[in-house]
Design a protein around this ligand. Structure first.
Ligand code: SAJ
Length: 406
């Protein structure tokens, strides 16, 4: 039996996947609310294909509890927040979960950590917990790092098809955990050591962050001299060895906007390109705010409360607002004492910011200028509704005459 600890965006889909592929699974979360909801057959977040997967797992007998289980395999998938000032990962939840596991685990149990951690975290913050307990890793319990790679919005597909990395102290244990993931994962599964697995995960997200920063910097250069950044990127990408990503209003989510900072925090004098890239991405919401003012001036629009931000989530077709560029922009606006921007997102039902609308019609009635912040399919499909408005399209998805870009 596998006890999956932490039933959030990663732990829950992983638990459901295992359960629906013949593995006996108990999911543990310290939130009574989450456990009650799941036990009552109610999913806790939206995601393509997750409802079907949830019901398949329920049919297969998955159960949910706040208690840690006595079993031979644990998968820990708890949050790893980062400290905004030190730029370092906070491993407190992981350490606490390992401690609770040790209290119930029989000797020989395998503890798999899925949470994203900075390279060296298992040495610095997990092994000491094992030692304090009087155990020796490799003898009394086995440690494994199996970082997730799935992308919100396409999680179910990617869980089934992505390649994976398993880092283990002991090759044989690594192979055993590989077999466990292979119960559902059709991708290639590489077994390596723990430090390498930790590093690959952070490097993958850093690669993407640096490449997005490059695109964002190109957008700024092109804006400066009136060049079309999208046309330039399109042509450059026809080169067989060039693949530039797309500029945007900023980088959100709990991965690409966070993980690269771990490297900056741990290697401040070495991670220079990464540091500068992160600053470039973090500066994009302010850049967009500057563009809003510029376009308002150009159009004689004086009242910022006649401007609306379309999209609050960190990316398209998800209901996740963590580190979202729109929220960053609204914070920045508040700092500039220019509050009043309106906002609307079809995926966000509850009120999370001031001047937020829940009807597209009302939102459009109350603004003269619309800023496209997110590439939601719904925005793309209904772009005709924007005709007659001043549009600043930060995602290059609106095909209407006179649209402005970043
Ligand atoms: N973005 C751009 N320009 C682009 C691509 C993305 O501005 O060309 C922005 C998005 O709008 C969004 C942010 O970047 O605000 C991040 O979105 P994303 O879709 O690139 O990635 P995430 O954060 O949803 O998921 C990433 C994935 N990592 C990689 O693609 C290397 C996923 O595979 C990881 O599992 C996930 O991070 C994670 O949990 O680490």
């Amino acid at each position: 039996m596998v006890n999956v600890i932490g039933l959030g965006y990663i732990g829950l889909p992983t638990a459901l996947m295992l359960a629906s592929h013949g593995v006996e699974v108990v999911g543990t979360d310290y939130s009574r609310k989450v456990v009650d909801s799941l036990s009552a057959g109610k999913m806790t977040f939206k995601e393509d294909g997750i409802e079907e997967l949830f019901h398949a797992a329920l049919d297969a007998g998955i159960s949910f509890t706040t208690e840690y289980q006595k079993t031979d395999t644990y998968i820990i998938s708890v949050p790893t927040p980062y400290d905004k000032f030190s730029k370092k990962v906070d491993p407190a939840y992981v350490s606490a979960a390992v401690k609770s596991v040790l209290a119930v685990a029989p000797k020989g149990a395998v503890i798999v950590i899925e949470s994203t951690i900075s390279p060296g975290t298992i040495d610095k913050s997990v092994r000491p917990v094992v030692e304090e307990f009087g155990y020796e890793a490799g003898r009394d319990v086995h440690l494994v790092h199996a970082p997730e790679r799935i992308i919100p919005g396409n999680m179910v597909y990617e869980l089934l098809h992505n390649n994976r990395t398993i880092g283990a102290d002991d090759r044989e244990v690594g192979e055993r955990i590989k077999d466990l993931y292979a119960s559902f994962c059709q991708g290639e599964i590489v077994v390596t050591d723990i430090r390498t697995a930790e590093m690959t995960k952070v490097v993958e997200n850093t690669f993407r962050a640096v490449n997005i920063a490059f695109a964002n910097e190109l957008a700024k250069i092109c804006r400066h001299d009136g060049m079309d950044v999208y046309e330039i990127i399109k042509i450059c990408n026809m080169h067989p060895r060039v693949n530039i990503l797309q500029p945007g209003p900023g980088v959100g989510g709990h991965c690409i906007s966070v993980d690269p900072w771990f490297l900056v925090g741990d290697y401040p004098s070495l991670a220079k390109v990464i540091d500068e890239s992160m600053r470039t991405n973090d500066g994009m919401p302010d850049f967009v705010l500057g563009r809003i003012y510029e376009i308002m001036r150009e159009n004689g629009l004086k009242d910022i409360s006649r401007v609306g931000l379309y999209g609050l989530t960190y990316k398209e077709n998800v209901d996740d607002v963590r580190e979202s560029p729109t929220l960053q922009l609204l914070e920045s606006q508040a700092r500039h004492l220019a509050a009043g921007l309106k906002a609307y997102d079809p995926f966000i039902g509850e009120d999370i910011v001031e001047n937020q609308y829940h009807s597209l019609e009302d939102f459009l009635n109350d603004v003269d200028m619309v800023v496209i912040m997110v590439k939601h399919t719904q925005i793309r499909e209904n772009m005709q509704q924007l005709a007659g408005k001043i549009v600043l399209d930060c995602q290059n998805i609106i095909d209407l005459p006179g649209v402005y870009h970043i």
